[in-house]
Design a protein around this ligand. Structure first.
Ligand SMILES: [Zn+2]
Length: 99
């Protein structure tokens, strides 16, 4: 039995990658700004606008960007993102068929 595989651009580096949609690390993004609802364009944080929260979508983050983010998160004692390929967790009969 197969599972659905997702494939889209990473929100961090725009590299297209495949992932398990149920397990891929993701971050909330306001489509109007392309940023998380609590982030200003200059990188400072703010209280999220309720309208931005209402329209936000979760966007996948690739393993390479998770590893890069974890360097800073480790220094700040924050919870780490998973750094592995989510498709690696699947058994052969769960992997999406090529093509
Ligand atoms: Zn990335």
């Amino acid at each position: 039995m197969g599972v659905m595989a997702g494939m889209s651009a990473c929100i961090g580096c725009r590299t297209v990658f495949m992932y398990d949609p149920d397990r891929v690390p993701s971050i909330p993004i306001d489509p109007a700004t392309g940023l998380p609802p609590d982030l200003n364009p200059d990188g400072t944080t703010r209280q999220p606008d309720p309208q931005a929260v209402a329209r936000m979508t979760r966007e996948p983050v690739c393993p390479r960007c998770c590893r890069a983010a974890n360097i800073v998160r480790r220094l700040n004692s924050l919870p780490l993102f998973p750094e592995h390929d989510t498709l690696d967790e699947l058994t052969d009969d769960q992997r999406p068929l090529p093509g």
